[in-house]
Ligand binder design. Structure first.
Ligand code: ZN
Length: 119
Protein backbone atom coordinates (compact mmCIF):
# COMPACT_ATOMS: atom_id res chain seq x y z
CA UNK A 1 0.00 0.00 0.00
CA UNK A 2 1.33 3.41 -0.94
CA UNK A 3 2.32 5.41 2.13
CA UNK A 4 2.29 2.40 4.46
CA UNK A 5 4.69 2.69 7.38
CA UNK A 6 6.54 0.16 9.49
CA UNK A 7 9.43 0.08 11.91
CA UNK A 8 12.98 -0.28 10.63
CA UNK A 9 14.25 -3.67 11.88
CA UNK A 10 17.67 -2.11 12.49
CA UNK A 11 16.93 1.11 14.37
CA UNK A 12 13.20 0.95 15.13
CA UNK A 13 12.42 4.26 13.47
CA UNK A 14 9.00 4.54 11.79
CA UNK A 15 9.66 4.63 8.03
CA UNK A 16 7.98 3.87 4.71
CA UNK A 17 7.57 0.18 3.90
CA UNK A 18 8.58 0.91 0.30
CA UNK A 19 12.01 2.22 1.31
CA UNK A 20 15.01 0.26 0.05
CA UNK A 21 17.27 1.80 2.66
CA UNK A 22 16.29 3.30 5.99
CA UNK A 23 16.45 7.11 5.82
CA UNK A 24 17.31 7.19 9.52
CA UNK A 25 20.12 4.64 9.87
CA UNK A 26 20.79 4.23 6.10
CA UNK A 27 20.98 0.44 6.27
CA UNK A 28 19.54 -1.81 3.56
CA UNK A 29 16.02 -3.07 4.17
CA UNK A 30 15.15 -5.18 1.17
CA UNK A 31 16.95 -8.06 -0.42
CA UNK A 32 16.68 -6.61 -3.92
CA UNK A 33 18.49 -3.48 -2.74
CA UNK A 34 21.60 -5.59 -2.20
CA UNK A 35 21.41 -8.11 -5.03
CA UNK A 36 20.56 -5.85 -7.95
CA UNK A 37 23.35 -3.49 -8.67
CA UNK A 38 20.93 -0.90 -9.99
CA UNK A 39 17.94 -1.25 -7.67
CA UNK A 40 14.42 -0.34 -8.68
CA UNK A 41 14.65 2.76 -6.54
CA UNK A 42 13.32 5.86 -8.17
CA UNK A 43 15.18 9.15 -7.85
CA UNK A 44 14.64 10.97 -4.60
CA UNK A 45 13.33 14.52 -4.70
CA UNK A 46 13.99 16.97 -1.92
CA UNK A 47 11.15 19.54 -1.97
CA UNK A 48 12.22 21.05 1.37
CA UNK A 49 15.66 21.33 2.91
CA UNK A 50 16.14 23.82 5.71
CA UNK A 51 19.44 24.22 7.51
CA UNK A 52 19.90 26.44 10.53
CA UNK A 53 22.02 26.98 13.60
CA UNK A 54 20.79 27.94 17.05
CA UNK A 55 23.41 29.55 19.20
CA UNK A 56 23.22 30.29 22.88
CA UNK A 57 23.15 34.01 23.60
CA UNK A 58 26.18 35.27 25.41
CA UNK A 59 26.19 36.01 29.10
CA UNK A 60 23.26 33.91 30.20
CA UNK A 61 23.49 30.65 32.03
CA UNK A 62 22.71 27.24 30.53
CA UNK A 63 19.44 27.05 28.55
CA UNK A 64 17.34 24.00 27.77
CA UNK A 65 15.82 23.49 24.33
CA UNK A 66 13.36 21.24 22.49
CA UNK A 67 13.43 20.57 18.74
CA UNK A 68 9.81 20.15 17.62
CA UNK A 69 8.54 19.06 14.20
CA UNK A 70 4.89 19.39 13.24
CA UNK A 71 3.16 18.03 10.14
CA UNK A 72 -0.25 19.40 9.16
CA UNK A 73 -2.71 18.72 6.37
CA UNK A 74 -3.32 21.59 3.99
CA UNK A 75 -6.44 22.46 6.02
CA UNK A 76 -4.27 22.83 9.12
CA UNK A 77 -5.24 19.63 10.90
CA UNK A 78 -2.35 18.27 12.92
CA UNK A 79 -1.11 14.88 11.68
CA UNK A 80 2.04 14.53 13.74
CA UNK A 81 3.95 16.46 16.37
CA UNK A 82 7.27 15.05 17.49
CA UNK A 83 10.01 16.12 19.81
CA UNK A 84 13.08 15.17 17.83
CA UNK A 85 15.66 16.15 20.39
CA UNK A 86 16.00 17.90 23.73
CA UNK A 87 19.08 19.12 25.49
CA UNK A 88 20.84 22.10 26.98
CA UNK A 89 23.22 24.70 25.62
CA UNK A 90 25.92 26.44 27.58
CA UNK A 91 26.99 29.96 26.59
CA UNK A 92 28.91 29.80 23.34
CA UNK A 93 27.55 26.39 22.35
CA UNK A 94 25.44 25.81 19.24
CA UNK A 95 23.40 23.12 17.51
CA UNK A 96 22.99 22.78 13.79
CA UNK A 97 19.51 21.63 12.73
CA UNK A 98 18.61 20.23 9.31
CA UNK A 99 15.02 19.57 8.28
CA UNK A 100 14.76 17.62 5.04
CA UNK A 101 11.79 16.11 3.24
CA UNK A 102 12.64 13.26 0.89
CA UNK A 103 10.08 12.21 -1.74
CA UNK A 104 10.20 9.50 -4.35
CA UNK A 105 10.00 10.83 -7.87
CA UNK A 106 6.68 9.93 -9.50
CA UNK A 107 6.60 6.63 -11.34
CA UNK A 108 6.56 6.94 -15.10
CA UNK A 109 3.08 5.95 -16.28
CA UNK A 110 2.84 2.48 -17.74
CA UNK A 111 5.59 0.99 -15.61
CA UNK A 112 4.85 -2.45 -14.09
CA UNK A 113 5.02 -1.06 -10.55
CA UNK A 114 2.11 1.26 -11.28
CA UNK A 115 -0.30 -1.67 -11.12
CA UNK A 116 0.45 -2.16 -7.40
CA UNK A 117 -1.20 1.13 -6.47
CA UNK A 118 -4.48 -0.56 -5.64
CA UNK A 119 -7.11 0.34 -8.18
ZN1 ZN B 1 16.85 2.22 10.37
Amino acid sequence: MVGEAWKCPHCGERILRSALTCPACRRHLRFDAVTTGRPVARPTLCPLNVDGTMRHSDGASISEYSVIVEVREDRGELIARRIVNVGALEPGQARRITLRIEMQAPEPSGSPAASTRGR
